[in-house]
Write a protein that binds this ligand. Structure first.
Ligand SMILES: [Ca+2]
Ligand SMILES: [Ca+2]
Length: 457
């Protein structure tokens, strides 16, 4: 299937915005090496001189040649392959923008000392992609029409150095030096939303996204505040433009720092899932998680990564599971989770799926969620000052009441999103989740009643 310019009739496609342009990929997959024998083999006892024009200076220089053979020459290359479209990856490049060709730049740093007199010649670059078309010139390439799914872009080539000009008594033909290099970057290419047919992406039921520009949809919203928010900020409620394929293989791929694609999908330990599935991830939520990590760590909290227990929820799942929750649920109709703009998360360094005792009082309860919430507040205040589109809503919760987790584990947690707006009065949108299962009345509210299921594959 070919990726085409995405367009959903009736929607402004400026919904996903590329954030930041810059160098993003710094993984060296191995150094290329070149080893050459002595450049000027001479007798270890002889003293010789060589007349050479080493520089543009016309002055001739008398220069002694080493009395012992020089050490073997070793040169290697460090290769960085970068994509200006997306700073959100480490192990794989999560492509978040297909509106224009993906533009890659190959930076090669040759390591090692050149013998004197050698001069660099134009380097060679060869580009290859696993699908679609590549247009390349030297160290830059543009990739068009990559197919959805895991794809690769590869650059190979060599740096060449020409030997010194023939000169003087000891001049001889010396070999040119070649330093080959190569780098491969794995890319996860999303499905454009215009491939949704009958509420399905490639056979997977994603459900129906409401149209925020449709007056009859707006009219049906009962809550005044919500109605006004959607009217004033329709861009936050437009359907995602891209959906990433989640399979048992891509589930574990790292897409940003320590976060995997699966961190933003539903947890297969608690849900029987069919694959492939398709999820939306707004690039802003990754950037915001990264900034929040910095704040939390800077305040002295050990943190390997946040535990996300809800990232993306499709409209079909969100509404369906609301029904299964028996109408008593914390999920909302127009949840930012449906747009890939939200995470429900906690800090859980001991990996028991329960919030850690962040305030250190020996008790795990909602106060620990409140402490995490303070960091979100601090970050959002900064983002507001920066006039950043990453500003969002947030709330803290006593527990999650979702049916698929309830019998295994409960925890206080925090919701954070990148809806990109504040209340009409300019204050941050904040809330406190209901105690829907009366957890405050329970003696050991966060004790597990069943072992956490094993990973299903
Ligand atoms: Ca824990
Ligand atoms: Ca505590």
């Amino acid at each position: 299937m070919q990726v085409k310019q995405s367009r959903i009739t009736g929607y402004d496609m400026s919904f996903w915005y590329p954030i930041g342009i810059g160098t993003i990929f710094f993984v060296v997959t191995g150094c290329s090496q070149y080893t050459e024998g002595p450049v000027s083999p001479v007798s270890s006892t002889a003293t010789v001189t060589e007349t050479a024009n080493w520089s543009n200076d016309s002055t001739q220089t008398e220069r002694p040649i080493a009395q012992s053979p020089p050490a073997p020459l070793t040169m290697s290359a460090q290769v960085n392959l970068t994509c200006g479209n997306n700073p959100y990856q480490r192990d794989i490049l999560l492509v978040t923008c297909l509106d224009q060709p993906l533009r890659f730049v190959c930076e090669v740093q040759v390591l090692g000392e050149l013998p004197e007199g050698y001069i660099p010649a134009p380097a060679e670059y060869h580009w290859a992609v696993s699908s679609g078309e590549i247009q390349a010139q030297d160290r830059e390439a543009e990739w068009h029409q990559a197919s959805p799914g895991m794809q690769t872009i590869q650059v190979t080539g060599k740096f060449r150095y020409l030997p010194p000009q023939a000169r003087g008594f000891f001049s001889r033909a010396q070999p040119e030096i070649q330093v080959p290099f190569q780098q491969t970057l794995a890319c996860l290419i999303p499905y454009p939303a215009n491939l949704i047919k009958d509420k399905k992406v490639n056979g997977f039921t994603i459900g129906l996204y409401p149209d925020p520009d449709n007056p009859s949809f707006i009219k049906r919203i009962k809550d005044n505040a919500t109605r006004e928010r959607i009217k004033n900020n329709p861009e936050a409620y437009r359907p995602p433009r891209w959906f990433y394929p989640v399979t048992p293989e891509t589930y574990r791929l790292r897409i940003f720092k320590e976060y995997t694609l699966g961190d933003f999908d539903l947890d297969p330990r608690f849900l029987k899932l069919t694959y492939p599935r398709y999820i939306a991830i707004h690039p802003g939520i990754l950037e915001k998680l990264g900034r929040l990590e910095e704040l939390v760590r800077a305040d002295g909290n050990p943190l390997s990564k946040f535990k996300i227990f809800y990232g993306f929820r499709s409209p079909a799942y969100n509404l369906g599971s609301r029904a299964e929750d028996g109408g008593k649920t914390l999920k909302s109709d127009l949840s930012m989770h449906m747009y890939g703009r939200a995470v429900d998360f906690l800090i859980d360094e001991d990996d028991d799926l329960v919030m850690d005792d962040l305030d250190g009082n020996g008790v795990i309860d909602f106060h620990d969620a409140i402490k995490l919430m303070h960091y979100v507040n601090e970050l959002d205040q900064t983002l507001q000052e920066e006039n950043s589109a990453l500003v969002g809503g947030a709330g803290w919760y006593y527990h999650h009441d979702f049916w698929e987790r309830g019998e295994y584990v409960q925890s206080p947690y925090v919701h954070m999103d990148v809806r990109g707006f504040t209340s009409a009065g300019g204050s941050l949108i904040r809330w406190i989740g209901e105690d829907t299962i009366n957890i405050l009345k329970k003696k050991n509210p966060y004790q597990r009643r069943a072992p956490i299921p094993d990973w299903p594959w």
